[in-house]
Design a protein around this ligand. Sequence first.
Ligand code: ADP
Ligand code: FBP
Ligand code: MG
Length: 442
Amino acid sequence: MTPGTADLTVRTLGECRIDSPLVALPADGPTTEHYVREDDRVLFDDTLQMVAARGLDSGELPGFEPTGPRRKIFFQPSKTRVGIVTCGGLCPGLNDVIRGLVRELNDHYGVKKIYGFRNGYQGFISKYGREVVELTPQSVSGINEYGGTILGTSRGEQDADEIVDCLEHMSINVLFVIGGDGSMRGALRIADTVQERNLKIAVVGVPKTIDNDIPYIDQSFGFQTAFAKATESIRGASVEARAVPNGVGLVHVMGRHSGFIACYAALANNDADYVLIPEVPFELDGENGFLAHLRRRVERRGRAVVVAAEGAGQEFLADATHPGHDASGNRRLRDIGQFLRHRIADHFAEHGLEMNMKYIDPSYAIRSVPANPYDSVHCIRLAHAAVHAAMAGRTAMVVGRWRGRFVHVPISLAISKRNQVDPHGDLWMSVLEATGQPRTFG
Ligand SMILES: Nc1ncnc2c1ncn2[C@@H]1O[C@H](COP(=O)(O)OP(=O)(O)O)[C@@H](O)[C@H]1O
Ligand SMILES: O=P(O)(O)OC[C@H]1O[C@](O)(COP(=O)(O)O)[C@@H](O)[C@@H]1O
Ligand SMILES: [Mg+2]
């Protein structure tokens, strides 16, 4: 489904009649390659073929609302009370986003009442007894130096009605949700409940996940830091494999349904011989299977490095003991890393070949680190964009970068599908070119 204008339209709480304190900031000039006027739109389509396929006049082409300070805003800043919550798995940069939100609100809009809700959506639910913390420029000073989230996070669905009750009781006008696909589903439920109650509470998301599985944004913040950290493990596996006869370096990285970390980390290190991802099934056995291909490459080169995303090859592990789901309903995965480790060893033994396995699983190490400078910049720019959007009364939307421009993405679109590696796309083609692995095994 190619999104149309209706899919890109952002919900608002009402007319903006209040002069923004940042009225001097927006440029007066025309849209350029460096700036989009607030009354302009960022086109969804970016090739001639895609535009032609619309069969529309240029003025009717679907486009995203650009981010940035508006001349008129919806909320009276001095009377605005803000909530911030972080949900789901950790991701480098969470604290950068929290700090960016607090500084922009306090320093430029003069919003002084900013509250942090603890441990994800549990923070709104009375039975968990989570404290609410006041966030100030002083209390967020330097937090971007640390991984994790000062607010804590959690998984597990919570009742949207009780969350909105809490927002009402605390007279919260704006809620920022920093989370992944699950959190955004939760955020939309909250925004819809607010609308049903005819309340004026803006719900704005800053999408996060190291898996990069959120669509219609170029990349999630934290993704670059996470794959950069995973690259260290591939480098280690490569050094180990080179040091011994018939060394096989096997690296098992996160990536539940999307194999972006495996792809980017392998391309960055450029020493991987095989990349296995959830999106591309592969055969293990047979003369054209992965194991035989790996054996022939090790016989020829004396070593090989394999990068496997945790969601790859789950079909080989479909035994009776299903590991179930996590508290949010995400399917738990069986350990493809250990499975491959043993199948590779067995295969070489069956062929009477020496093989020295060097297995590295960085696990949580790639997402518990602080953001690298690239992601820190991405985080603070997303935070600024989120504040401008919320103060201008936008809701049920996330901020993100689309083709290099920061835009407002309706949450309904952001949760409409999962961002995955396209087996027929240019990223996967680059992986095939860099590794030399065949397009299919078996
Ligand atoms: N389908 C859903 N509807 C409403 N809330 C959801 C849904 N899925 C997840 N959530 C909420 O979002 C939070 C985080 O979701 P989860 O999938 O664990 O992580 P992430 O948001 O990082 O993908 C959960 O704690 C839960 O409260
Ligand atoms: O062990 P946890 O913390 O439940 O989460 C592990 C999962 O979380 C992730 O790191 C990211 O998941 P979310 O961003 O959707 O929370 C996955 O890559 C991984 O499979
Ligand atoms: Mg998720």
